[in-house]
Design a protein around this ligand. Structure first.
Ligand code: ZN
Length: 177
């Protein structure tokens, strides 16, 4: 238990440091780290997830994609299972946005259960953010398009965690009209 908490806090500190110069896209430019924390919170609080490595992966989920972090760095700091989950939910930034979005839909069914949990929480948090503190530059069409795309990704993940899937569906029900 003590080791678990130590690892969790290490992941939180690591992510906070890596994302330290980044902000969310909302009007207030919230600190980026709020987003990984929100994912971990959804997994624990709404999903009852107790697997510490899944929670660490949630905290670290955007470090490879959005910072200079490498998978090797995560393996060394957190072990191969956590690093692998993070790698699974990382887009290839060499590809154009359209292609990355298409691949997320295509890859969703083949993700590990652990990666599916992280992705479910990620999409749920993003939908909630769009409703509560929308990206400043996104018009209504773009917000709706994000909702519809997120649902297509999540539809490919279903069957792993009914409560988290219900949390996503509740978030989706707030799709901007
Ligand atoms: Zn994310």
């Amino acid at each position: 238990m003590k080791n678990d908490l130590t690892l969790l806090l290490k992941a939180l500190a690591f992510a906070a440091d890596k994302h330290r110069h980044q902000k969310r896209k909302d009007a207030e430019a919230s600190p980026y780290i709020n987003h990984p924390i929100a994912l971990a919170n959804v997994l624990v609080d709404e999903g009852g997830v107790e697997d510490i490595e899944v929670l660490c992966a949630a905290l670290l989920h955007d470090t490879i994609e959005d910072t200079d972090t490498t998978q090797e760095e995560l393996v060394n700091a957190f072990g191969s299972r956590i690093a692998h989950i993070v790698a699974e939910v990382t887009d290839d930034k060499n590809l154009k946005s359209e292609e990355r979005k298409r691949l997320q839909i295509e890859h969703a069914p083949r993700l590990s259960v652990e990666a599916k949990l992280v992705k479910l929480a990620d999409k749920t948090c993003n939908l909630r953010d769009i409703v509560v503190r929308p990206p400043a530059k996104w018009d209504l069409t773009r917000r709706r398009e994000y909702f519809d795309w997120a649902k297509r990704v999540v539809d490919g993940l279903r069957g792993v965690h009914p409560r988290l899937e219900a949390a996503f569906d509740a978030a989706f029900a707030e799709r901007p009209a």
